[in-house]
Write a protein that binds this ligand. Structure first.
Ligand code: TXA
Ligand code: MG
Length: 321
């Protein structure tokens, strides 16, 4: 692998207790040794993340997984076999050895195997799983390029491993196995339909419930500075006439009002392409000092569910958390 020396360097930093931003197929993560509570504490500090919001852990293989959990329910095992490495996170009961700071005191730990060759190699070289929340300030959009990380956290991390732009572009789907029936905690890169085709119907947590055990589920998250509006209609556009507005369009659409800027997520109307460009497009609009961003909605099927979930949270008027 051409970047081997760089990956070795990054692994060494993590082994010595440092923190390294790393690429995955979903978004960039902020990594530290899962068994080093001080390093985990620094991640909370750098992200300005409240300690009640647990970190997810990334593994490179099943030996790593066994260091973290006592038991693997059969449905979870089937999903891992099908989707790992990939954008699926499972929440399972943890082993004692997993530090409390990582799980915010919960008896469970969220785990996934990311699909990025550099990061799989990185974890292997570290020799233990790494924690990896998204590499952004708490409540802000997740980074999908190394430049996004550099812009927001550049001076505060020990190293940024550049693996190019993220292919999937929205975070992993989180499924909890802490109750009798599997429960969807966050829609994401693996569509719900594909999960249900393998293990049958799963429980859903209502979008606005805001359980403290999963603050990624709080209404306002993934939010840019510029207000995003979802419930606008072409008929009422006149009311925005005096404002500087940008349009976040799903497919190509006519520039019928004088939008300062139009970002098209996928000309073909393809969900994968739209998800992959979502956060970058919002960031570009957010950098323009607009008064408002109007966003088009997408159908809530397949990846459309994750896209709408992120748009809704980004547009929520609730307090940033
Ligand atoms: O795609 C992803 O999952 C990315 C990449 C870097 O892997 N990571 C990511 O991490 O999105 P983060 O921390 O931004 O989001 C993980 C979510 C948080 O909302 C956290 O509250 C939830 O997972 N979580 C972590 N551990 C949990 C647990 N034991 N029970 C319930 N929710 C948990
Ligand atoms: Mg995050």
């Amino acid at each position: 692998m051409k970047d081997m020396e760089t990956i070795r360097q990054a692994a060494e930093i993590i082994r010595r207790g440092g923190i390294v931003a790393f690429p995955t197929e979903t978004v960039y993560g902020l990594g530290a040794d899962v068994f080093n509570p001080l390093a985990a504490a620094r991640i909370f500090e750098v992200k300005r993340r409240p300690y009640f919001d647990p970190l997810i852990v990334h593994v490179a293989n099943y030996t790593d997984l066994k260091k973290l959990v006592r038991e693997i329910p059969s449905d979870a095992k089937r999903l891992m076999e099908r989707f790992w490495p990939g954008p699926l996170t499972v929440v399972l009961y943890k082993k004692e050895d997993v530090p409390d700071i990582v799980t915010s005191g919960l008896p469970t730990v969220a785990i996934r195997m990311p699909k990025h060759p550099m990061t799989l190699k990185l974890i292997e070289l570290v020799g233990s799983p790494i924690v990896g929340p998204s590499a952004n300030l708490f409540g802000y959009l997740s980074p999908t390029t190394a430049e996004h990380v550099q812009d927001q956290l550049g001076g505060q991390v020990d190293f940024i491993l550049d693996g190019g732009p993220c292919e999937v572009g929205v975070e992993s789907t989180i499924l909890s196995f802490s109750e009798e029936k599997p429960r969807l905690l966050r829609p994401g890169g693996v569509p719900l339909e594909e999960i249900e085709s393998i293990i049958g119907e799963v429980e859903m947590t209502p979008v606005n419930e805001g359980k403290p055990s999963a603050p990624g589920m709080l209404p306002r998250h993934y939010a840019p500075r510029t207000p995003i509006i979802l419930d606008w209609s072409k008929k009422n556009l006149d009311s925005y006439r005096k404002k500087k507005i940008g349009l976040l369009a799903f497919q190509e659409s006519k520039n019928f009002l004088k939008f300062r800027q139009v970002e098209v997520l996928s000309k073909k109307g393809d969900f994968r392409e739209a998800a992959a460009s979502l956060f970058s497009a919002i960031r570009r609009l957010d950098a323009l000092n607009l008064d408002l961003i109007l966003a088009e909605t997408v159908p809530e099927v397949g990846l459309g569910r994750a896209i709408m979930d992120r748009l809704r949270r980004a547009s929520s008027k609730g307090k940033t958390n």
